[in-house]
Each structure stands twice: as C-alpha cells, then as structure tokens.
Design a protein around this ligand. Sequence first.
Ligand SMILES: *[C@@H]1O[C@H](CO)[C@@H](O)[C@H](O)[C@H]1NC(C)=O
Ligand SMILES: *[C@@H]1O[C@H](CO)[C@@H](O)[C@H](O)[C@H]1NC(C)=O
Ligand SMILES: *[C@@H]1O[C@H](CO)[C@@H](O)[C@H](O)[C@H]1NC(C)=O
Ligand SMILES: *[C@@H]1O[C@H](CO)[C@@H](O)[C@H](O)[C@H]1NC(C)=O
Ligand SMILES: *[C@@H]1O[C@H](CO)[C@@H](O)[C@H](O)[C@H]1NC(C)=O
Ligand SMILES: *[C@@H]1O[C@H](CO)[C@@H](O)[C@H](O)[C@H]1NC(C)=O
Ligand SMILES: *[C@@H]1O[C@H](CO)[C@@H](O)[C@H](O)[C@H]1NC(C)=O
Length: 523
Amino acid sequence: MVSTIILLVSILVSSVTASQPLLSLPHARPHIPYTDEPDASVSVFHQTTQQQISSYGETFYFDQLIDHDNPSLGTFKQRYWHNYEFYDPGGTIVLLTPGEINAEGFTSYLTNTTITGMIAQATNGATIVLEHRFFGKSNPYPDLSVKSLRVHTIEQAINDLEYFAKNVHLPMPGGDAVSPGKAPWILVGGSYSGALVSFTMHSKPGLFYAGYASSAVIQAIGHFWKYYEPIREYMPKNCSADVEAVIAHIDAVLDTGNATAIHDVKAVFGLEDIVHDDDFGSALATILGSWQDGDITTRSDAFYDFCDALEVDNGKSAPASGWGLNHTLQAWGQLWKDTYYPATCGTFNAEDCFGTHDPNKSWWNNVTLSDDRSWTWMTCNQFGFFQVGADSGTQPVLVSRHYTAASAERNCLYDFPGAFKGSRRLSILNALGVNTRYGGWNVTTDRLIFANGHRDPWREATVAASGAVFSPTELQPHLVSDGFHCSDLLGSEAASSHVKAVQDAALDYMKKWYAEWKPSEST
Ligand SMILES: *[C@@H]1O[C@H](CO)[C@@H](O)[C@H](O)[C@H]1NC(C)=O
Ligand SMILES: *[C@@H]1O[C@H](CO)[C@@H](O)[C@H](O)[C@H]1NC(C)=O
Ligand SMILES: *[C@@H]1O[C@H](CO)[C@@H](O)[C@H](O)[C@H]1NC(C)=O
Ligand SMILES: *[C@@H]1O[C@H](CO)[C@@H](O)[C@H](O)[C@H]1NC(C)=O
Ligand SMILES: *[C@@H]1O[C@H](CO)[C@@H](O)[C@H](O)[C@H]1NC(C)=O
Ligand SMILES: *[C@@H]1O[C@H](CO)[C@@H](O)[C@H](O)[C@H]1NC(C)=O
Ligand SMILES: *[C@@H]1O[C@H](CO)[C@@H](O)[C@H](O)[C@H]1NC(C)=O
C-alpha cells in the first residue's frame, strides 16, 4: 500500500498537465494488503499426486453477466486466478475477491502465505482470486460514465459471486462439478470485500458454506469521522496531544470567520491561497491516511515521520503531553512548506491543488478507467464512508470539523454529474439503505468468522466497533487481534502472537465445519 504522498506525486506526474492541475486528494481506500507475489515462473506441483499444474500467474476469464437484472445485455470478461495444489475431490473451493482494486498482483492469495491458502491447505481446497467488476480489467463497459456505472452496485457484485460459483468450470480435474451443493464453497475477503462476505452470506443463505471476513466494514456509515479514532487512540501520545491542540486552535480561528486571522493560520502551512475552509481541513487530514499502511512488522513510515517532525526538537522528544500549540503549529507548518506542499502540488497554487468547489472541475473524466473513480462511485452511491471531521461533539479530534460530509457529498455531485438527485445525494440515507438490506452489525448467519484488529482505522465500521451490539457465537465467532487493517489475512503477520492466534482459531473452525459438510447434490 503506497503512502498517500507518494501516490499524489505519482498522480501528479502521470496525469496532470500544466493546464489541468490536481483537483482533490484521495483519502485512504480500504483495500486488502498486497504481499509479495509468488514467482510466476516457478512450477507448482499438486501435493497429493506430485503432478505439475499450471503456475500461480496464469490468468483465466469468466463470462460474467453485465446486468443480473437483465441478462439479455450479455456478458463481459471477469478475470480470475486459480490454484489447486492442495485440492482433493470433496475438498473446499476458497474464493476471495480483493474488492476495490486491480486484482493483478494478488496471486499470493492463492498460496498458503495468506489465510485463503491456509484454509485451502487445511480443507483439501482449491483457491480462487476473482477480480471485482469495475476494477482492474474486469469492466462491463469500456468507460466509467454515469450510464455505465448504473450496474456498479453491491447487489450486482453479490450476484457476480453467485453466478460465478454456480457456473464456473474451474481449470482443474473435476473442475466442472464443484458448484455449491456439490462442493463446500468458502468466501474470504477483507475490508470492503470482507463486508461482501457478510452481505453475500446474509442475502444468499446456503450459497457459501462458510466465510472469513477480515476487517469487514459491514456497517455502512455516511459520515465516517470515526475513521480517525483508532489512530488517535494508538498513535504516540505526544503526537496526538499536539495534533489535537493545533486542530482545536485552527477550528477556533475558522469559527470566528475573521478573514485576516484565517489567512494567517493557513499561511503557516503555505496554504493561504486555499479559498474554502473545508478544503484546508481536508488537506491537513491527508497525512493521517498513511496510518493504514502500517502493519505489525513494518509500521507506517510516513505516519511516524510526521510525528517525529512534530515531536522531536533538537534531538529531544516531547513528553506525553506534547510540546504544546506554539511549537507544533510552527513545526507542522514548516513540514508542509518544505515537504508536503512540493510533493503534493509541485508548482500549482494551493487553490488549484486543493480546491473542490468548482463544479466544472473533477478529478476524473468519464472515459478513462480508474480504480479510484470506481471506488468513489461506490462511496457516493451506497456506502458513504466519508473520512471527514467530526460532525458534532466537543471531544478532541485530529481533523478539522470544517471538513464536513457536505464537502464529500458535493464532490460526488461534481464527479458524477446527473447521478445524484433528491435523497440519493444524502450519504446518511444511502448508508441506511445498505444496512437495512444487509443487516449491518446485526448480521446473523452460520459459519461466518469475523476477524478484526484494534489498531485498524476502519474498526468503527466493523463488528469490533465501540458502538456495535454484536454477540459472537460458535457459529459466528469474532476473533480480535492487535492488528491493523486486514493484518490477519497475511501469514507474515503471524509474527504477532495475537494475529497467529486469530489465524489458528480460524483454521480450527474451518476444519471442524469442513468435517461436518454434506453435499446436497450428487456430483
Ligand atoms: C506451503 O505450501 C508449499 C507448497 O506450495 C509447501 O511446500 C509448504 O510446506 C507449505 N507451508 C506450510 C507451512 O505448510
Ligand atoms: C462524459 O462527459 C462529457 C463531458 O462532461 C459529457 O459531454 C458526455 O456526455 C459524458 N459521456 C457519457 C457517456 O456520460
Ligand atoms: C481579526 O484577526 C486579526 C489578526 O489576528 C486581528 O488583528 C483583528 O483584530 C481581528 N478582527 C476582529 C474583528 O476580531
Ligand atoms: C514522543 O514522540 C516521539 C517521536 O515521534 C516518539 O518516538 C515517542 O514515542 C513519543 N513519546 C510519547 C510518550 O508519546
Ligand atoms: C505562543 O506564542 C505567542 C506568540 O508568539 C506568545 O505570545 C505566547 O506567549 C506563546 N505561548 C506559549 C505558551 O509559549
Ligand atoms: C461551469 O461551466 C458552465 C458551462 O460552461 C459555465 O456556465 C459556468 O459558469 C462554469 N462555472 C464555473 C464556476 O466556472
Ligand atoms: C440492529 O439492531 C438494533 C437493536 O435491535 C436496531 O436498533 C437497529 O436498527 C438494527 N440495525 C439494522 C441495520 O437492522
């Protein structure tokens, strides 16, 4: 997972010309972690027969329906990757979609270096990595116009999983006789695709025999300011104290409406040209998204560099109470002027770089395929999950309250002209619709494992949220570690004994359930 700043630089270099400046900042998307791919040139041998089988790197294509509500519209090519080194007849079919990202590069999820392969190994299973519609190269249409995006919904994605499971002929011996009912299918996902596991099992009972949902953001939340709460809780204390003090000060200045004072506080960061206060608040929040890049073995360098810049003065670190407002405001401002601004905006002025109030400017056109535009559509159309400032209350925060959900909703209107009218532009209502349809935190379904990490910034949308009323059972266990986002998907994260315990417990459940499985159809 690239740091936001690096991402911004690469976007700047790749797509921005002098006449078309950067327009807004992407905040952290929730996708599952990358891990080193297995070498595609290495031969793979079947564990029982010792026969050589296709390599992990081979891409397969499935003819998926463009619109499950109207099959007459035809099909598109949906990409998948497959491995059956651990498969024996009667074994499981373990399916993962990486969700909102190009699935190329995720073939480690075919192997036992990840939870999918570990489950397969424990249950004589085969693994599949399926690219989600509208990401990577699995696109129903050649563009991302509002008209095409009509079939980019959670519902269609769930129907994709069903249609795939029922119709795919897997490229392995007997691979045309493993549909659900004949073989136990296990659905695995993390983050958004973790939520899909829960949503699919809730709305299609019996299709998938078991599921593993890591950091699953199953409760859609329109104004998701609590994204920043686990960060505030677990970041170095001096750094949180000082960031809170600076944001409280900035918000107090913005609240006065005094144009001179507002100009002056923006100027500390070299951001005095930003016209609107929400854009200023949004710019300052960007660095916080890098917390998510952390994992147990390698913390997020970008995030800790930020704290070091604020908290280390002449080789000495601040005590837990921090250095206080004056020092931190200057140190943070200097960091922007010296590093963040040039990396993010290059030679553009701050309004061109961060301004989002011009309806004629959008990050994207409607033609070029872009995973970011595609995910933004899902947030605008259904999830919300806008990582904005707190909408109420007086508790200390890391993000300006002037950066509001209305800012994010306005971006949706400008990015997708004509798509959102009336109540469809209200993210709170959209999120309510998702929760009503798929149960949110109240989901009850058999043989579904939830796995979460305390330090995950998406925690408050999972069953580990402080507000969730979730009662785990033996058929719907909740396994929690000290991990970050989706840490438990990776074998390498077993360096943490807490993550290892989650993985071991999950494998025990899967083995037990697999032993209890009985086919409902003959093969
Ligand atoms: C993982 O799978 C490989 C074969 O791909 C095997 O050689 C290795 O022993 C397995 N690892 C474990 C821990 O079982
Ligand atoms: C794409 O955007 C352009 C410019 O806003 C617009 O004229 C065109 O109709 C859009 N195309 C589609 C298919 O929506
Ligand atoms: C506005 O802020 C400036 C700079 O801080 C200050 O000098 C001025 O007195 C303020 N104006 C009002 C009306 O408070
Ligand atoms: C203070 O900040 C430094 C530098 O970021 C960090 O290494 C240290 O752990 C922090 N100490 C406390 C008590 O928060
Ligand atoms: C903060 O800086 C202001 C202006 O430079 C100064 O008046 C004030 O005394 C400082 N406060 C602290 C606590 O150092
Ligand atoms: C946006 O474009 C329309 C049509 O070209 C124009 O009428 C309008 O003034 C523009 N708005 C802004 C804020 O530039
Ligand atoms: C979940 O259950 C709680 C308590 O019964 C209820 O208030 C809430 O509306 C339910 N949420 C959904 C999405 O059904």
